[in-house]
Design a protein around this ligand. Structure first.
Ligand code: COD
Ligand code: ZN
Length: 367
């Protein structure tokens, strides 16, 4: 069949919406009709060359849709089911999956690096040539084919535009708080970078009952949003040095947890330098790929600080996504306020320009 898909042909270029051929799902695969797809900075990192992906590729790793067709052997979903696709595939049986850490499963990395589905081929074709999948999701397409194991079923009455936000930005941010840091009630938290993912670290910390939530960004509008999502203090890093300001706000002590949600060595170091003794810095941002960060061994050892990372909210999506839906329905997780922009699929490049200019918190394209 034919489907319209947004393709990145070359680094540095805009997305090209083309009508491509989409093969039906093979063994263990599912075709979904996308309802909405999220505009996340990680796709932009691929467009600018900060993150690697085999090109040409149908981008998009955040979305929600309805199952249109299932391939042979699929038992976990059926046509008509509403689903969120996961951008980290997991096998369910390896050491990491068994330990409740599916984002560390090798299958997810394989699909991400090769741009191919598990049998090594693609379902997207243009003029007979293969077009790669992105992270096994490719949500910037009216229809996409992906492994059945990449899907989490959600209630039919849950709106797809809100659901689309959950599959990356929300679970990555809130999960980093709940699963990686395990933020304790009353503790102090700094969040460096409060964009689409960082704002979900802020709201995760608020839900976890943090006593002090210090938001750091370089844009005034992002800091205003952070207040609405639970930040008790804000620091504009363009005007004030973040580490000194965070120490001043904690009586010189530093924070229990500092999250870096940008992906820069300098801000990762700021997160580490903002910690109290036995504090934990959690890095969520990644880019560019060759960058390294260094920290003083003295504080690492004598102050027993922790520097760690969190990928995909260190989550168990089959457990955490339904939990996030419950938190939204209980009025605790803000999704309506998170969704600041809606664009028709045809205007996807405008959605990315708005993200680049810092205008949107989280936006979606609808099909
Ligand atoms: N100091 C403080 N804030 C800053 C600075 C700085 N020096 N520089 C930029 N910022 C702010 C921006 O103003 C913006 O508000 C925020 O940082 C970044 O937010 P967004 O909305 O542009 O980006 P997100 O939230 O969509 O994505 C952020 C990630 C860190 C997740 C992303 O960039 C990334 O690193 N992705 C790769 C890691 C990964 O795969 N993550 C999972 C998939 S998303
Ligand atoms: Zn993302």
């Amino acid at each position: 069949m034919k489907t319209k898909a947004a393709i990145l042909f070359e680094v540095g270029k805009k997305l090209d919406i083309r009508e491509v051929d989409l093969e039906p799902p093979r063994m263990g695969e599912v075709m979904i009709k996308m309802g909405a797809a999220g505009i996340c900075h990680s796709d932009l990192h691929v467009m600018t060359g900060h993150l690697d992906a085999p090109l040409p590729v149908v981008l998009g790793h955040e979305g929600a849709g309805v199952v249109a067709e299932v391939g042979p052997g699929v038992t976990n979903v059926k046509p008509g089911d509403h689903v969120i696709p996961l951008w980290r595939l997991s096998c369910g049986v390896c050491e990491y999956c068994s330990a409740g850490r599916p984002a560390l499963c090798a299958e997810g990395l394989q699909i991400r690096k090769t741009g191919r589905l598990l049998d090594g081929s693609t379902r997207f074709h243009l003029g007979g040539k293969e077009i790669n999948h992105f992270a096994g999701v490719s949500s910037f397409s009216e229809y996409s084919v992906l492994p059945a194991r990449s899907l989490v079923k959600i209630p039919d009455d849950f709106p797809l535009d809100k659901a689309a936000l959950l599959g990356c930005g929300v679970i990555t941010g809130v999960g980093a708080v709940f699963n990686a840091a395990k933020v304790k009630p009353g503790s102090s938290v700094a969040v460096i970078g409060t964009g689409g993912v960082g704002i979900n670290v802020v709201q995760g910390a608020a839900i976890a009952g943090a006593g002090k939530i210090i938001a750091v960004d370089v844009l005034a509008n992002k800091l205003e949003f952070a207040r609405k999502f639970g930040a008790t203090h804000t620091i504009n890093a363009k005007e004030t040095k973040p580490v000194e300001a965070i120490r001043a706000l904690t009586g010189g002590r530093g924070v229990d947890y500092a999250f870096e949600v940008i992906g820069q060595p300098a801000t990762i170091r700021q997160a580490y330098d903002s910690l109290c003794k036995k504090g934990m810095a959690i890095v969520v941002g990644v880019t560019p790929q060759t960058m390294e960060v260094s920290v003083p061994i003295m504080t690492l050892v004598f102050e027993e600080r922790t520097l760690t990372g969190s990928i995909y909210g260190s989550a168990r999506p089959q457990v955490d996504l339904p939990m996030l839906i419950d938190l939204y329905r209980a009025g605790k997780l803000k999704l309506d306020e998170l969704l600041t922009g809606r664009y028709p699929f045809a205007k996807i490049n405008e959605a990315y320009e708005a993200l680049e200019q810092g205008k949107e918190l989280r936006s979606i394209v609808t099909f």
